[in-house]
Design a protein. Sequence first.
Length: 125
Amino acid sequence: MRKTIQAQGAPAAIGPYSHAVSADGFLFTSGQIPLVPETGKLAGDTIEVQANQVLDNLEAVLKAAGMTFANVVKTTVFLTDLADFAAVNAIYAQRFPEDPPARSCVQVSALPGGARMEMELIACR
């Protein structure tokens, strides 16, 4: 069974996509950039502020699907500058303190709205 997820606590989609799709016990999220849900504007200029906002947005999507970070099995992180890797890693470790999921991290030339980071994830029940 396939179900689309729209999360109240996550920023509105800026294109024709859902926050996530649930199928056969798995949840596949769209990438989240560091938009503040209440304003639709980027959260701060530092990678630390942006990373926390991205993770807050993803947490809201997980919650809307009845899941938490403990359900996450795979993440993909997109950074506009790999020099931010260590700072993002430190924040990421706070959200995944035990049994962290598999992860890929790549540098990209640009992200929507001038964001420094985007992340998507896969979770399962």
